[in-house]
Ligand binder design. Structure first.
Ligand code: XMP
Length: 326
């Protein structure tokens, strides 16, 4: 498509002019925005870009592989993965309150990324190079939301990274600042970003951590990860990805109910299916998923996932219910 191609070419020129011979880092989340932004910057400056992917252990099944294997293979980007799973789990230990969880996850994410960035800056220095820029996948709606409409395009053009002296700041590269989500997806396809990433439904930064009602533990995460993968698999097979904005699967980890499975009585946990249809996530309606599809999902989850003996459906719109349970 010529318009996408010309947006890409124009951004590539701008990025090359700004960056010159300096190096650039990017925090890759596996989401659409950061993946497309990094692909665009990589196309402009190749290995002058290094991406950092933080595995906080709150990811869904295959997400790390999608980034480390599929994305890296198709884009050719240089990637550093930080395995921070233990750190996040230990910080979250004993924490039940939703806002407290969110604060911890956000704080630890920034700390982990900044420590990785500081290491990269020092490494580059040893090699006589300099990292001067940070890529962010800011979109036009984010610009408007944060009050920086047209005319104030440089409203947050610097970023300090903790762990480095105060006078080391990064200039921001935000190549998607003028674009809406669907335009970003189109550009991502043009750049060869894998479809599983480009077409991905929204997934919150705090990940599965805010879909476990109760304390986040490794066992609970692996239970939820399995149930979530089954639900997504069946909704996709049923052709519902276009109709559904997203379908959180929520583990009621502190609730137990009696069931009968195989030879006897069980006392397991329920999971909630929360399929919603929405335009912009500000309001949403619960999606009328066909009973047959719900039935397959319920059977598979209760058969295949240990400790889950009940599947329930959330039929609340937003408002009053938010999309996520926490
Ligand atoms: P709620 O639960 O507020 O969610 O109705 C609206 C949309 O935002 C997503 N969401 C988040 N995305 N970081 C994110 O990047 C977050 O902390 C976060 N919390 C909620 C949610 O998945 C839904 O699409």
């Amino acid at each position: 498509d010529w318009t996408n191609a010309s947006v890409i070419d124009e951004q590539i020129d701008l990025i090359r002019q700004r960056v010159g011979s300096k190096n650039v880092i990017c925090a890759l989340s596996g989401g659409v925005d950061s993946s497309v932004a990094a692909a665009l910057v990589h196309k402009a400056i190749g290995d002058q870009l290094t991406c950092v992917f933080v595995d906080h252990g709150l990811l869904r099944e295959n997400e790390r592989e999608q980034v480390e294997t599929d994305y890296v293979n198709s884009i050719g980007v240089r990637l550093v993965t930080i395995d921070a799973r233990e750190r996040f789990l230990s910080e979250l230990s004993g924490v039940v309150d939703p806002e407290h969880k969110r604060k911890i996850i956000g704080r630890e994410f920034i700390r982990t990324f900044e420590a990785a960035a500081a290491d990269l800056v020092l490494e580059a220095k040893d090699e006589g190079a300099e990292i001067g820029f940070l890529v962010q996948g800011t979109l036009y709606p984010d610009v408007v939301e944060s009050g920086g409409g047209s005319g104030t395009a440089n409203i947050k053009s610097h970023h300090n990274v903790g762990g480095l002296p105060d006078d080391i700041t990064f200039d921001l590269i935000e190549p998607l600042r003028a674009l809406f989500k669907d335009e970003v997806r189109a550009i991502g396809r043009e750049l060869g970003v894998p479809d599983a990433i480009v077409s991905r439904q929204p997934f919150p930064g705090p990940g599965l951590g805010i879909r476990i009602i109760g304390e986040v533990t490794e066992d609970r995460l692996s239970i939820l990860r399995r149930a979530d993968a089954i639900a997504r698999d069946e909704l996709t097979k049923a052709g519902l990805d276009g109709e559904i904005w997203q379908c959180p699967v929520v583990l009621l980890a502190d609730v137990r109910s009696v069931g009968v499975q195989g030879d006897g009585r069980t006392y397991g946990h329920p999971v909630v299916l929360r399929p919603v249809s929405s335009e912009d996530a500000m309001t949403a309606d619960w999606t009328r998923v066909p009973y047959d599809v719900l039935s397959v999902i319920s059977n598979r989850i209760t058969n295949e996932v240990d400790d889950i003996n009940r599947v329930v459906l959330d039929v609340t719109s937003k408002p009053p219910g938010t999309i996520e349970w926490e």
